[in-house]
Write a protein that binds this ligand. Structure first.
Ligand code: ATP
Length: 453
């Protein structure tokens, strides 16, 4: 390594193309090895390239040899622990049978530098060394792979955010904007109580979407995918949204349409949404003006129903009209139009308990590409919940539960509530028996109701 340093000083040969692309210096010698250095950049320069940080992530995550010798360190701006290489530490890895050496170093400037952008005392850099006969494989494939993987690891490890929109008022004193908190929801596809085959299908769909940047560009479509989640209350729509965001490592933008004054404020909010985002509009049927059809139905109904109902419906309409003037066409124009021009990896999700009330234009394929019905708890769903809540996969009482679930309509939320331990001494038997009692009483009630009807 000493020899490299000497040659680097006296016989440097820079490949400018690569130097620009990777913020690197590629140096070759009479010696058969090539070295590339990737410098830590600060200030404005950092925006141009984050190659150094991508490599840092890659080395911490990928190099098995490194992993044993890594030390825990806290990376700037993040509270999560990240493993990094020690100064002057060297690790070796193999890529397609090619040996590659990475080393971590630092420079301390001898003289203070005067610059518009403040500089840190020390400058860190990674050096990559390999035999010059593999120059093409390394510069064309390996470095790209490292940078891509390193960036993906950064996305996975970053602190994600849950954004909600602040109400904008109709007098213009407050404008539409987002507030955020750290998003930490434990939901995952593993803990989601739905049919395993459907779960796999949704995960495959999401995965394919997240890897399809080039495909979307080629077919000339905006890189977005729409999901419509519908089903009765407590069947897991919100939980699935959290699981999707966790699965893709995206931020969530929870858009409350009734708090948006008009289409122009909606446009402002949607334009601000970053890439890698799940945009959620929950209970879309409750956001009036969006459901044009529902309004028409209500008006027709008013003439035929008794006085009390008619007044109640009128109240609902007026209330919603005064709170938001967002229209269906406004929402669609922004999603289809502006987003298409702005690129970026976004999943948009609408949820509703009443899919039949939604305007066809809103949920047609191409806008809401995937319609997912979440329904009452079946035996497969119950088994997932039993595993989540009681850590059991079988039990003699499972068969009783299966029989009751076949004749009772109960949401996963209700099943989860019955299964939940209410005291430390409660074991699986107690919780399952409680569930059985609850299911029996629900089934009896449903029987009585159907007799009355
Ligand atoms: N399919 C499911 N898998 C796992 N847990 C579930 C599922 N459905 C419901 N739950 C549990 O029930 C609670 C309520 O579910 P959730 O809020 O996701 O339902 P929802 O369909 O969004 O309801 P609503 O339509 O009322 O908003 C969750 O906190 C979760 O613990």
């Amino acid at each position: 390594m000493f020899i490299y340093a000497m040659f680097q000083q006296y016989f440097p040969y820079e490949l400018r193309g690569h130097a620009h692309k990777y913020t690197q210096k590629l140096v070759t010698y009479f010696y058969p090895y090539i070295q590339i250095t990737f410098h830590e950049l600060t200030g404005e320069k950092l925006k141009r390239s984050d190659a150094y940080f991508a490599i840092q992530n890659y080395l911490a995550d990928h190099t098995t040899a490194t992993a044993k010798r890594l030390k825990a360190d806290v990376v700037k701006g993040s509270k999560s622990l990240v493993l990094t290489m020690d100064d002057h530490e060297q690790v070796m890895e193999e890529f397609q049978g090619i040996k590659i050496w990475w080393s971590s170093n630092k420079n301390t400037p001898k003289r203070p530098s005067f610059s518009f952008y403040p500089k840190t005392e020390e400058r860190r850099y990674y050096t990559l060394t390999f035999h010059k006969r593999y120059r093409d494989a390394i510069t064309k494939s390996y470095i790209d792979k490292v940078l891509k993987d390193g960036k993906a690891i950064a996305v996975r490890n970053r602190e994600r955010k849950l954004y909600t929109n602040n109400p904008s008022d109709s007098w213009g004193s407050s404008t539409a904007s987002w507030s955020h908190i750290v998003f930490k929801h434990p939901a995952s596809f593993d803990t989601l109580a739905i049919d395993p085959a459907r779960k796999r299908e949704i995960m495959d769909d999401l995965l394919a979407f997240s890897k399809s940047e080039e495909y979307y560009a080629r077919i000339g479509k905006a890189w977005k995918r729409g999901y419509l989640l519908y089903g009765p209350p407590g069947t897991g729509k919100t939980t699935m949204i959290a699981a999707i965001a966790n699965f893709l490592s995206y931020d969530i933008y929870d858009l409350e349409l009734t708090a948006v004054k008009d289409n122009s404020d909606l446009r402002k909010l949607l334009i601000e949404i970053s890439s890698k985002a799940v945009v959620v509009i929950e209970d879309i049927d409750c956001s009036l003006e969006i459901t044009g059809q529902r309004k028409k139905k209500k008006k027709a109904k008013k003439k035929t129903t008794k006085k009390g109902e008619s007044e109640e419906e009128k109240e609902g309409e007026d209330g919603n009209e005064s709170s938001s003037k967002v229209t269906l066409s406004g929402l669609l124009n922004i999603i289809d139009g502006i987003w298409s021009a702005s690129g970026g990896e976004r999943v948009i999700i609408f949820t509703t308990n009443h899919v039949e009330k939604l305007d066809e234009a809103l949920i047609r394929k191409g806008r809401m590409d995937k319609h997912i019905e979440l329904s009452y708890c079946d035996f497969e769903g119950f088994k997932v919940l039993a595993k989540n809540y009681l850590s059991i996969e079988t039990h003699p009482l499972f068969e009783v539960v299966r029989g009751l679930l076949e004749k009772t309509k109960v949401s996963p939320a209700d099943v989860a509530e019955s299964l939940m331990q209410k005291a430390v001494e409660e074991d699986a038997d107690i919780c399952l028996n409680r569930l059985i009692r609850d299911l029996e009483s629900k089934s009896a009630k449903e029987g009585e109701q159907s007799k009355e009807a």
